[in-house]
Design a protein around this ligand. Structure first.
Ligand code: NDP
Length: 286
């Protein structure tokens, strides 16, 4: 029977460290600030924002929501981002995606200052993740996976890792972060010929496909560490991951639940990135 890996525990431990860091900044008169930019009112974005605001306020970060109407033009959006780039009370900017069709992500992603880009929207930061260069911001979700592995002392060097999903938000950057830590990484996707054959070889299996309970028991090797990034809702409206948790936990070595796994850590990682952005600004200004 697998050990249940608690994302909540990881998030709480990280939160405590961040609270101390913010206290120190505040004693020097600095309050880390995050601006979350939302165009429209997608319920999933609003629900994520609510969680992020709660976490930021617990840590002492000033988190403000910049909500723009759904019909905001690309020019208006860019102008707002440029204002936030200039705003000295804002250290981190998070743009909620997807943006409406009227705004081209491919055009606007270059506008956000890489120094404030706490969720890796700007390709400058993504390039750093891909090349293994330090000093940028990796996306929060793959960073949350790394926090969990590190918290539980799960070594990556030499390990056979299989990631299901190749999106720019999760699978692809995570594969590079794990490669940097010397894992042997296989990335699977919808054209992978024999998915079960690949996944069952994994010593560490990451599911980030967005398909409810698609990873079945016969797709997982005995003793594997199983990290479930998926957030889905089953036919009864119940939140679940990409892994058939009840069955897979019988043979996995460690497993993250949904809810209570990776998702619990993501907003705390966001706060961590805001504090780092704040410190980077202080260092830059000497
Ligand atoms: P995308 O839809 O952008 O990407 C899904 C990836 O999974 C694609 O690469 C796709 O392959 C692959 N895939 C889908 N179905 C299969 C399948 N049957 N077999 C093999 N590969 C498959 O999703 P995201 O990366 O944005 O998100 C993935 C999941 O993670 C979602 O459930 C999302 O809700 C969740 N998520 C969780 C977060 C958290 O904080 N915990 C944050 C962000 C996302 P192909 O490229 O061939 O289409």
């Amino acid at each position: 029977m697998a050990d249940i890996v608690s994302g909540k525990e990881v998030a709480e431990a990280l939160k405590q460290k961040l609270v101390d860091e913010v206290d120190e900044l505040k004693s020097n008169g600095i309050i880390p600030g995050l601006a979350i930019v939302l165009v429209g009112d997608r319920p999933d974005s609003l629900s994520y924002i609510k969680g992020a605001q709660k976490r930021c306020s617990e840590i002492g970060i000033d988190c403000r929501l910049v909500q723009l109407p759904a019909d905001t033009s690309e020019e208006e959006f860019v102008s707002r981002i440029r204002q936030l780039n200039q705003d000295r009370s804002v250290h981190g900017i998070l743009v909620m995606r997807p943006l409406p069709a009227t705004i081209s992500e491919d055009r606007v992603k270059y506008e956000i200052s890489p120094l404030k880009d706490v969720d890796c929207f700007n390709p400058v930061n993504m390039a750093k993740v891909m090349s293994g260069e330090e000093g940028g911001f990796a996306p929060c979700t793959p960073s949350a996976v790394m926090e969990i592995l590190d918290y539980y002392g799960i070594e990556l060097t030499g390990k056979r890792v299989v990631i299901v999903g190749r999106s720019m938000v999760v699978g692809r950057p995570l594969s590079m972060m794990m490669l940097k830590r010397h894992a042997t990484v296989t990335i699977c996707h919808t054209r992978t010929v024999d998915l079960a054959k690949e996944t069952s070889r994994a010593e560490i299996l990451v599911a980030a496909a967005g398909k409810a309970r698609m990873i079945k028991k016969d797709m997982v090797g005995s003793g594997a560490v199983v990290i479930d990034v998926g957030i889905n809702f089953d036919e009864n409206g119940k939140m679940c991951g990409d892994v058939d948790f009840e069955a897979v936990k019988e043979l996995a070595g460690k497993i993250t639940p949904v809810p209570g796994g990776v998702g619990s850590v993501t907003s705390t990682v966001l706060a961590k990135h805001v504090i780092r952005a704040c410190r980077m600004l202080i260092d830059q200004e000497g």
